[in-house]
Design a protein around this ligand. Structure first.
Ligand code: ADP
Length: 470
């Protein structure tokens, strides 16, 4: 059976606290009792000895007689305290005997003590100690003292030990109550953020990506959990938006050329339009555009799906730059753009065709987004670890808020402008996937209306942990 985190935490905290309280109460009770019993037992021995001393001091050495009045007083005082005395002279004749004196009082006192000790669950029995009394090296008598042994509680002592038990019991009960309250409060504090996070995760699963939640906890791990879930919601929301836009964009990309071709062909079939080579050519161009879009998509799916097989060999990035420049010379010339390629050779281990595709995509973007008569430069830099290739233009630039998204599929910074330029928003996505597959990176810096700079960094040796196609 599944139990809630809160219930489990409450139970654990409760058990730990209860166990601690119980153990310390029992130990305290046992220890105090034991020490008290020892103390009382010592007191009784001391008291017996002091009674014997008192009795001894009633012997008059000069007259060699006992002061019987005093013996009687000592005997009676002792009796009331629970000590039953029998005093003898040197010949063994009884001087004073509590039981002879008042047998019923003795019985009553002994009965009370026995009953009290039985109530205190410390049953013992009456013991007798006999003390010989000597004077000047001569025996002058003896006293035998009978009391409840090994110790007994006086009325006050009995009340004290009872009060102590009650106090410890009450402390135990209070501490147990406190454990229940503290346990459930503590468990609530710990489990609340987890419960709320689980709720939030469930809501995210249902598609509510806008939900965010304040953790309100000072526990680091819980705070991290809440932050992670919030980030997850954000990332999923972004993905969801991207997916929605992707579907709309694909539909849009396909519809425009399809409807153009469709209406042209229809007009020609209906005889409204004459079939001329120009009209057929225009239809053909649209179909070629569609074909390119589909192959771009296929290409991307292949790269992103991890199916990309890199055909690696030592490749000089400046040779790649020159080839790309050569391939796009005509395009650049159409806009009277000047192109410069600088920097020394830099050889990396890479798939030449794929790297050419990256640079071609970047250069073709630079051409597309540059004004007539502008300048584009490609720079190759060689470092110990990497080969770096930069494509720099002085074109339209990319708005700062769009910059983080330009590598996403179908993302176009300025939709109307980009469509006019014929872009589909896949070129950079492909470029990034290829760079990543080589264990490298691609970044963009841009300033609106000032131009853009794209930097591709390819490591000379694949670093461990780089996953091709990732
Ligand atoms: P597209 O085919 O639309 O150019 P890309 O993936 O190559 O698609 O680029 C995505 C978007 O990034 C472009 O629509 C454009 O807005 C922006 N972009 C890319 N390169 C440049 C550049 N050199 N100058 C300005 N904007 C650029």
């Amino acid at each position: 059976m599944m139990r809630s985190l809160r219930a489990q935490l409450s139970l654990s905290i409760l058990l730990v606290l209860l166990f601690t309280v119980l153990l310390s109460s029992i130990f305290a009770y046992w220890f105090i009792n034991r020490e008290f019993e020892k103390y009382v037992a010592r007191q009784e021995i001391a008291r017996s000895e002091s009674i014997a001393d008192d009795v001894a001091s009633q012997y008059n050495v000069l007259t060699r007689t006992w002061n019987e009045d005093s013996l009687h007083t000592i005997g009676m005082y002792s009796l009331y305290d629970g000590y039953i005395l029998k005093m003898y002279d040197a010949d063994g004749a009884v001087l004073w005997d509590a039981e002879n004196h008042d047998v019923s009082l003795c019985g009553q006192i002994m009965g009370e003590i026995s009953a009290r000790m039985e109530r205190a669950k410390r049953a013992g029995s009456f013991v007798t100690h006999t003390f010989d009394i000597d004077h000047g090296g001569r025996n002058v008598g003896s006293v035998s003292i009978m009391y409840y042994g090994p110790y007994f509680f006086s009325d006050n002592e009995f009340r004290f030990i009872r009060a102590l038990s009650v106090a410890l019991l009450l402390t135990g009960i209070l501490a147990a109550l406190f454990s229940v309250i503290a346990g459930s409060l503590l468990a609530r504090r710990i489990s609340r953020p987890v419960t709320v996070t689980a709720d939030i995760a469930a809501q995210i699963a249902r598609g509510n990506y806008d939900i965010r939640f304040e953790s309100g906890t000072k526990t680091r791990e819980l705070n991290e959990l809440v932050t992670a879930v919030n980030c997850l919601a954000g990332a999923l929301g972004d993905q969801e938006n991207l997916r929605k836009r992707l579907t709309t964009d694909v539909a849009h990309e396909l519809r425009t050329p399809l409807s153009a071709v469709g209406s042209h062909l229809e007009a020609m079939i209906d005889g409204l339009w004459q079939i001329t080579p120009e009209r057929l050519k225009s239809c053909h161009e649209e179909i070629v555009r569609l074909g390119k879009l589909v192959s771009d998509l296929e290409n991307l799916a292949k790269i992103e799906g991890g199916d990309l097989k890199l055909n690696k060999s030592p490749v000089d990035l400046s040779e790649i730059a020159r080839t790309a420049g050569e391939n796009l010379k005509a395009e650049a010339a159409k806009k009277s753009l000047s192109l410069s390629i600088g920097g020394g050779p830099s050889v990396v281990d890479a798939d030449r065709d794929r790297m050419l595709q990256v640079v071609t995509n970047l250069l073709s973007n630079a051409i597309k987004y540059s004004p007539e008569g502008g300048h584009i430069s490609i720079e190759v830099t060689d470092t110990a670890a990497d080969g770096i290739i930069r494509v720099i233009d002085g074109g339209t630039g990319i708005p700062e808020n769009e910059l983080p998204f330009i590598f996403e599929r179908f993302y176009r910074a300025d939709k109307s402008r980009s469509r006019k330029t014929g872009g589909s928003g896949i070129g950079l996505t492909i470029a990034r996937s290829i760079a990543t597959a080589h264990g490298g990176t691609i970044t963009a810096d841009s300033e609106q209306d000032r131009g853009s700079r794209f930097t591709v960094t390819i490591p000379k040796k694949m670093r461990t942990g780089d996953i091709p196609g990732g």
